[in-house]
Design a protein around this ligand. Structure first.
Ligand code: VGL
Ligand code: ZN
Length: 191
């Protein structure tokens, strides 16, 4: 049985930013390889006038997650820098899209697109019940965004052909399944 999209569905594209692509400050190996598939999902949701949410890491230059400030990551995705821009070739259509910035204050980090943002409010306002999640990194921001959605009682589909991880990709998928997440591919969706 193919999954049929309804007006209660939304697409969430997680952190497809230049710093997370090969050559960036905190690259996810092959992160750029999923862009064509993500674009197919974007086109599909857009054709059906369903909302598309793009999360982005949008840090101040003194963010606590940076090694320069006691954290574990190199400086990445500093607000308004080239590295924080969306990945080249990512399809950002004008209609029905929302940009969700996270990790925007110095002393608070957010792996989940729901942490410290209005994502949940925007989904609720639109009566969204199921979210379809893709992007990077599987074992960090994709995982935490999906767990956040499940915790808030959304049905969460993780788009297995449109995610890339850093270190613990398989463990992250197991954890998502154990928490009620559903892994699907593009071909599982009715067009
Ligand atoms: C991420 C590390 C630091 C991610 C963000 O998007 O997965 N990872 N900040
Ligand atoms: Zn970050």
């Amino acid at each position: 049985m193919k999954i049929k999209l309804t007006p209660k569905d939304a697409l969430i594209v997680v952190d497809m930013q230049r710093d997370f692509m090969p050559g960036g400050a905190l690259p996810v190996k092959d992160g750029d390889k999923i862009i064509p598939t993500i674009n197919r999902y974007i086109q599909l949701f857009s054709n059906k006038s369903l909302p598309i949410f793009f999360t982005r890491d949008w840090h101040p230059s003194n963010h606590l997650s940076f090694t320069t400030h006691g954290g574990r990551w190199p400086v990445h995705c500093v607000a308004n820098t080239a590295g924080a821009a969306f990945a080249k070739d990512l399809l950002i259509l004008q209609d029905n899209k929302f940009i969700i910035s996270k990790g925007t204050v110095e002393d608070f980090d957010a792996y989940s697109g729901f942490q410290g943002t209005i994502l949940h409010n925007l989904l609720q306002e639109r009566g969204i019940q199921r979210v379809f999640i893709c992007g990077v990194a599987t074992d960090f921001c994709v995982k935490h965004t999906a767990l956040g959605a499940l915790h808030l009682s959304y049905i969460a589909f993780i788009l297995n052909d449109a995610i890339k991880g850093v270190m613990q990709e398989e463990e992250a998928k197991e954890e998502l399944l154990a928490n009620g997440g559903i892994l699907i591919d593009y071909n599982d969706l009715a067009k």
